[in-house]
Design a protein. Sequence first.
Length: 449
Amino acid sequence: MNNEIQGKSMSEWVKDFPVLDDLRHEKETTWFNSRLQSAQEGIAHVGLTIKDVDDAADRLKRFAPLIMDLFPSIKTSEGIIESPLVAVPDQSKALGERYGHSLPGQLWAKLDSELPISGSIKARGGIYEVLKHAEDLAIEAGLLEPGDDYRKLATPKMKKFFGQYKIAVGSTGNLGLSIGIMSAALGFDASVHMSADARQWKKDKLRANGVHVFEYQSDYSVAVASGRKEAEADQKAYFVDDENSSTLFLGYAVAGRRLAGQLQTYDVRVNADNPLFVYLPCGVGGSPGGVAFGLKTVFGDDVHCIFAEPTHCPSMFLGTYTGLHDKICVQDFGIDNVTAADGLACGRPSRFVGKAMEHLVDGFFTIDDDELFRIEANLHDKAGIDIEPSAAAGFVGPWRILAGNEYRQKMNLDDVSMAHATHIAWCTGGSMVPKDEMAGYISKGESLL
Ligand SMILES: *Cc1c(COP(=O)(O)O)cnc(C)c1O
């Protein structure tokens, strides 16, 4: 029978994994990870270390003067690509009324929507991987030495040098934007393979930057496969592999230590009595995985990382819950992968991240598309912050924790510690969305409220 999934019928799957019943019917659901381990054990399983994150942070620091030259908009942060952290108490109050339970503790928003250069969390991993590749090539060619001023990489001679090399990537939009803009700024010949979900303005923007854009009528996996194929045929081509890249992952991971500094600025304490919850919108898994890894290396067991996915594309949830990881895609379970959360529309989870993070992610939840729009409208109204639908997914997280009695009991999260808790919804993208498109999202959310 060909409607078996990995050798089992659907009813057998549902019997062994009861949450699958809600998942496959595209209903909102929450699952706390039964394979969760201590941070120490979980980190050891990842295959990367704190030293790897140190290296990534150092690399970004070396490149900062160059980035400042290439993108004058980030002069005010001395070339460090970072985003604000803001408290959103009015949003917390509004959501508390909506969900029938006011939130004990604080609610903050981490505004990767405002990240310079490409306006999404992909400005962390994507740009980092392009920089690392440029550094590798220049060192290998004897054109750069450790200790050099990296601004020399922007000379016409170096631009010509990078111009011999191609960089290719497959994307739902934002990764392509980050890789394309950074690659083009250094002089690389960049190609972005875009899935059907990718917004037109992202393609237009890339073309205006001289990037080759290929469009597909199919989903993200096909776009990635095309990018991979293009690069394989060419010795001078480099493929940024969003389904497997530890380089992207480390670029994202640097966020953990930066967040620690921001929390300290506001005297937000994180320890056993003051838990930190971070809610990360998840597509293929790279950005939430990398950020969560970085956070665990800083805060250990005091941080709880929860991944958020649309009900129409719970791929990392499905992969981790069943242990099948990238062997399955959401379509295998009859889930359609059609969602307004374009940045999260990756039907098959990352092979690398699912396994690496299986003992460190506290839990997963799914959220309905309409709720994303409502949250987005709320945030606009209560905090004057505009984000894209994907980026709104984290905000219901605190209420899923409140409802998760068994989980809180297991983790010793009693009422006192919940009253002292800090919740951060990671807002992963949005500042570059054209005004009229943003207005459309918000009015849709308002009409649903
Ligand atoms: C890509 C993206 C995510 C998820 O990142 P993955 O690495 O695909 O899991 C979340 N939000 C936005 C806005 C994104 O563009």
